[in-house]
Design a protein around this ligand. Sequence first.
Ligand code: TRP
Length: 447
Amino acid sequence: MSGRTNFSSGLGFILVAAASAVGLGNLWRFPYLAAEYGGGIFLFTYLVLAVTLGFVLMITEIAIGRKTGKSAFWAFGRLNKKWHFLGIFSLVIPCIILPYYSVIGGWIMQYGAMFVTNQADIVAADASGFFNTITSAVAEPIIWAGIFLALTAVILLFGVHKGIQRVCTFLLPLLIVLIAGLAVYCIILPGGLDGVAYYFIPDFSKLSGEVILAAMGQVFFSLSLATGVLVTYGSYLSKKENIEKSVRWIEIFDIGAAVIAGFLIVPAVFAFSGGAPESLGAGPGLVFIQLPQVFATIPFGTVVGAVFFICMFLAALTSAVSLFEVPVAAIADKFRIKRQVAVGFVFLCATALAVIINFGYSIWSDFTIFNYQILDFTDLLCNSILMPILAILTCIFAGWILKPEQLEEEIENGSSFKAKKFYHVMIKFIAPVCVAVILIYLISQSI
Ligand code: TRP
């Protein structure tokens, strides 16, 4: 295939896919959902769904990509003309996520800038006040989100190989070590162990449709599923590589990062805010409110905080690259325009949408959609509605239209596929039915 850069090795693929997976989903979204949705029960549901549903969908997407050698936009249509719409549908989701992802990325940069310029004490003095002040400003958050998007665009222009791979190799391990160290610190603080108990011991009486849907949405978001990202990455993967093994490694990185981040943030809520329900339910601001308080109490907190936010920023950037890549690849292919032009176009659209999302915190803060603030609504729309629908359609496509045997052959390709029977039953029956039941149940409840 002309013009397609291949990953230089299987490890390269795992690292790039893990870098797409590990991002704000693990460090920002997972901890606040875990705190809000009952701690242990959320963690438990998340883990079960990640190794079953997440595993099956991830394998399917990568196999579709490698089989066709096409980006998501074309891959489905290549296998079956009538299913081209799935390629178009999968394009919509990254376009919605990217703008709000860059808004959060912008917040991270703003926090990083405060720490780097030695102003951490201002942040920590009134952590939730500071969060509200910076997010409700009219212009600054837009500028920061714009910078975040511009940096993502620059990385994209350097191509898959050069841009991303280098950054990921050293970044992920450093970040995990930092989070783990801070987690140990928070756990031993007074109150920290109550946080561990809340986070780790599932209370099954709290299991509900909402918890399952939230955990499922988090699996999709965190593993970068149901958006075509992995189909596109799969199309770059060499036929020699073992897909099943790669998926297991990507899952280990991703789940590991999320679980460790939870061990940091949830005990911190108990140590610093007494674990009150309002603190646990702080939502998207949770990480931004808790972390500065942690850094304020440790030796060299400003330096550690600065390194932490820089790492978190880079993790977010490598994920944003994958979100940005999907529409760029599709537009460049479809309209036969230069990649640079496509990058510019996507940049402008995403910035415009980021402006709207930011206004949801400032001049349009009274405006809500079904009682949700704009960012929360876009997040919910993607993760709890569009992604489950796309996941169901992907299962139907892989399990019934294409027949799993075709993909199983692609997955096996020279190596053994250990979970083949499990995969077969999951993709045909269990996964689509379970996702559909949860979705229909919750939609019927909210009408
Ligand atoms: N998985 C990333 C995270 O956890 C976000 C992300 C990157 C993503 N690419 C994606 C989410 C594609 C959905 C689809 O931060």
